[in-house]
Design a protein around this ligand. Sequence first.
Ligand SMILES: [Fe+2]
Length: 412
Amino acid sequence: MDLSSYTPMGDKKNSDYFNEYLPKVYERRRQAGLDENVGNMIGVAIQVEAGDGISYLAELAAMGPYRVYDSRATPTHRVFFLRSQPEFPRLVVFEPLTASYIDEITHWNLLHPLSSRKPNARYIGEIYRAESVQGVRDALEPQNVRFVYPGDTVNAFFTNDHFAFTVPSEFTYNRVGYSDHDLDDVDGLGIGEAKPLSAEEQEVLDRAAALQAEHGIADLILGLDHMATRILAGEREDAILEYLTLVPYYFWGAYNINEMNSSTNVTRHPDIDDDKKSPARVFTANNTPSIVNSFENLPMPTEDFVRNFGQRMHHMAMAVIDGHVAGEKNVDYVVAQLEDMGTKFLAKVVGECTDDPNLKQIFSKSSRYSLLITEYIERCHHYEGFFTRDNVAALTAAAGADERYEHGHVFD
Ligand SMILES: [Fe+2]
């Protein structure tokens, strides 16, 4: 794919500033060797509260394809490694050993009213395959990208020899990580000590997986389709330029969601046959900040989410395989079964899948462990576009309606 001649999709207008720097970012990436050094997304890192680890893993086992394949103990955390299909990214779940654990995440979560209830729960970032992590640092540090080094952060995973992790972005509060090592070889990574799940813990996860299988949905949910981060109105273009500086993705395009006063901005890997091998990263921002929106008083769930939780990952989307179960589209069947298993959803499945390529999507309620919403998305008949405006508007409205900010709750 020739990035220099690609015309982004969508109707969201970008500034001249963005249009000037986007090709410069691509060109610098090429010159610095980053496109050669850095490959697919191979992992996604998430932290939960002390005591929530097994419950979160059980939730993942019931709601999707991810299963634990290794478990470690470090001086600060239990670290769980999960996979779905071998060619899709792993999940790395951190659980602090004690409730009094504090790092950057804790401080950041405490600054925002709804995240302060779960001060260690946060999506941390993505991990990309790199031929050389030193090569990544050499390429990006001259570009004002900051990496963490031993002593910079409490969680030593981020400063392990086989990884390079950035300092969290000021725009998204996510890190980007790189690894030169196979994440399946956890011994070789040298992460803490092996700490297998106890028999009781394994039983909890096995029960969740068995329940999923009994409901006939185990083979219908494939893997991560995309992750969507919510950012401040004024930082949309900078957040995208920053991300595209760090990883070999391209700006696929952006659509205005007028009725929600927001835009959805999509970055993708340019060179894969299946997005699930390196899922798209989506950025959602209000078109105007809340104070200016008060002139129009449009709905603004995106800006409210950021004010409530801070800039953070909002949802992870899981792809549902396209097809039917007993005359029902797979996503409708999956959602009905998950509801039967106790999963709560926001509103209904949106979108149509008749004979034409299209999309059906739904948001779950946010996880009490990760605070992340899970989206289920069925791309019917090889839908080529990434999303539909109507679906996004409906999903955004549903997510906003579920959030409750009230004065005084911080000190309940
Ligand atoms: Fe989404």
